[in-house]
Every structure is written in structure tokens, then in C-alpha cells.
Design a protein around this ligand. Structure first.
Ligand SMILES: [Zn+2]
Length: 316
């Protein structure tokens, strides 16, 4: 068994970064435009990633130059950079321009495959640099959207308990009460910081980062993501097929949390308040698309062999 750590995290202004090694830059257009003036990196290779597929990333690998990979942007840049750094055997520095997902902290890269999301083992960044000034200036709808990967504890943990009651947790994913309680504490931390993080307040963003780091390390310790990933993520993966790639993770997972929590019989108000505080767009997906996705979800989760949850037994 091997247990991987979260990255070393440093808080400092991007303007103070001093990099002597030639840099391979993985970014997105909007993120790069936002922060390029603050960075003085010796860039020798650069790519704007637009797709989360292994095939797309494989086409980039042969041309990479430099001695260190920098990821500047959100989850897509981080996931692609993690893959490229592993394939090229290079160190990786991650500079998030928004706290939009937990991908900056994990050792896996999410890829689209056959209409679902799979996670490839890559590696965590060797160094994660947080500039609270940059995060505060990020577009409001993505600035603190990582809250979705914490509010998903409400629905993911519910699924985990439900699966245990139904005898559906396979070996290696057994329900562990104290882990569930730790996850509930992290969820509370996320609910408590939602307003401040949504405003871009540094203390709120710091607590959001702390909660994301604890959530990722909790999953690292137990070897699976059941406390934070369940039917809300399955909904997001399924509905992306109808909405097309390009929507932010929060735009898909946020509505998924409310839809699944409702069907689980949970109180929606604290979740809705936290999502709204973090400016998560909850009206992006048309009602007809929501309904058709929910109808197809039980078959979808079986087809993709996703761990058991409320999505497996939605009825009409
Ligand atoms: Zn997620």
C-alpha cells in the first residue's frame, strides 16, 4: 500500500516567484491573460489546453521543452500539466488562478472517456503556490467553485452510508464511521467559509483551501473518494454529454448536489446558501436536460460501473 501526500503549499505573490529553470507552461487563455503581467518565467514552451482527453495530452508530450512544468490556471491546466510532467519526468509547479476545484492537490488527472470521467494516476504538484491577491481577482463564478468538491461531501457521504445499508460497498470501500465524521467536520468548515470565500476575502479563501487539502488527504489515506464523490458527481459526468465540454466543474456539480440532496431527503437550505454565496451558476442547465439526465442516470451509473448511491435507484 502506498499513500501519497498533498503538495507543499506556499502563499506568496506570483510577482515574487523566482524561477531559473527553462519553463514548459501549461495554461488556458483566460487565466494566462489574467496573470501574465505578474509572472517573469523563462518560458521555452507553452500550450493552452482545451480538452481533457488522454489522446489530446499525448499529442503534446513529444514537443515539450524545458526543465520544469508550470500549470497556470484552473483544473484543466492542472490535470493536463500533471499528466505531461509525469510523461516527461519533470518537476511540476502549480499556480492556481482560482480555487475552482481540488485538482491542484490531488495525484490524479480527470479525463473524459466514453462519455464518463476517469481518473488517471499522475502526480501531485511538487509545489503549489497560492497568491490570495490573484484568487481575489478571479471571475466570481469560479473563484471559490472548489466549494463544490466539499459540499459534495453532503451527498457523497450519504451515498456511502446508503451503500453500506444496502450491502453494496465492495472490499476496500467499507464504511468507516469516524472517516464519515471527519468528512462531516470538513463539510462544516466549507459551509462556514462559503460567504467569505465567495467574496474573495483572504481568510475565507484560506479556509476553503484548508478544507480542500483535508478532504484530499482524507481520500488519500483511505484509498478512495467515497466521502466526497457520489451521485452529484455522476450527474455532472452524465449531463456533460448533453451540455458539451467547456462548462466549469462547479456549474455541473453544483446543481448535482442540490438535485441529489433533494432526492436523499436532505435539508437543501445550507447547501443552497453556500453555493449561492460562492456564486455557483445554478441555472445553466436547462430543465429538460436535467430531467432527461435524471431519467437516464440509473442506467448510466451501471454502464460505467460507478460506486453505489442514490443515482442507482432514482424512480419516477
Ligand atoms: Zn469534483
Amino acid at each position: 500500500m502506498h499513500i501519497l501526500p498533498i503538495p507543499e503549499i506556499e502563499a506568496m505573490p506570483f510577482t515574487a516567484l523566482d524561477e531559473a529553470r527553462p519553463v514548459a507552461l501549461v495554461t488556458s487563455r483566460a487565466a494566462w491573460e489574467a496573470v501574465r503581467g505578474r509572472l517573469h518565467l523563462p518560458i521555452v514552451w507553452q500550450v493552452e489546453v482545451e480538452e481533457a482527453t488522454q489522446a489530446c495530452w499525448d499529442t503534446l508530450v513529444p514537443s515539450v521543452q524545458g526543465e520544469v512544468v508550470y500549470a497556470v490556471g484552473g483544473g484543466l491546466a492542472a490535470d493536463a500539466a500533471k499528466y505531461i510532467a509525469v510523461r516527461c519526468d519533470l518537476p511540476l509547479v502549480c499556480l492556481p488562478t482560482a480555487l475552482s476545484v481540488d485538482a491542484f492537490l490531488t495525484w490524479a488527472s480527470g479525463v473524459r472517456q466514453d462519455g464518463c470521467v476517469r481518473y488517471l494516476e499522475t502526480k501531485a504538484p511538487d509545489r503549489l503556490v497560492i497568491d490570495y491577491g490573484v484568487l481575489a481577482e478571479a471571475p466570481p463564478s469560479i473563484r471559490a467553485a472548489g466549494i463544490c468538491d466539499l459540499l459534495s461531501i453532503a451527498t457523497g457521504s450519504w451515498d456511502w452510508r446508503f451503500a453500506e445499508e444496502q450491502g453494496k460497498n465492495p472490499e476496500g470501500m467499507e464504511y468507516v464511521p469516524y472517516v464519515d465524521q471527519v468528512a462531516a467536520g470538513i463539510l462544516q468548515g466549507a459551509l462556514d467559509c462559503a460567504e467569505a470565500a465567495g467574496r474573495g476575502d483572504p481568510a475565507g479563501l484560506k479556509q476553503l483551501l484548508d478544507c480542500l487539502a483535508l478532504e484530499v488527504q482524507l481520500c488519500n489515506q483511505i484509498g478512495h473518494a467515497r466521502p466526497e464523490e457520489g451521485s452529484e458527481h455522476y450527474f455532472a459526468y452524465a449531463v456533460e454529454n448533453a451540455m458539451g465540454a467547456g462548462l466549469a466543474h462547479g456549474d455541473l456539480v453544483g446543481p448535482g448536489i442540490l438535485l441529489m440532496a433533494e432526492r436523499q431527503g436532505q435539508d437543501l437550505s445550507p447547501l443552497r446558501h453556500a453555493l449561492e454565496s460562492c456564486r455557483i451558476p445554478l441555472e445553466t442547465i436547462p430543465q429538460a436536460v436535467i430531467e432527461s439526465t435524471l431519467r437516464s442516470l440509473p442506467a448510466y451509473v451501471r454502464r460505467h460501473d460507478l460506486p453505489y448511491g442514490i443515482a442507482h435507484c432514482l424512480t419516477w
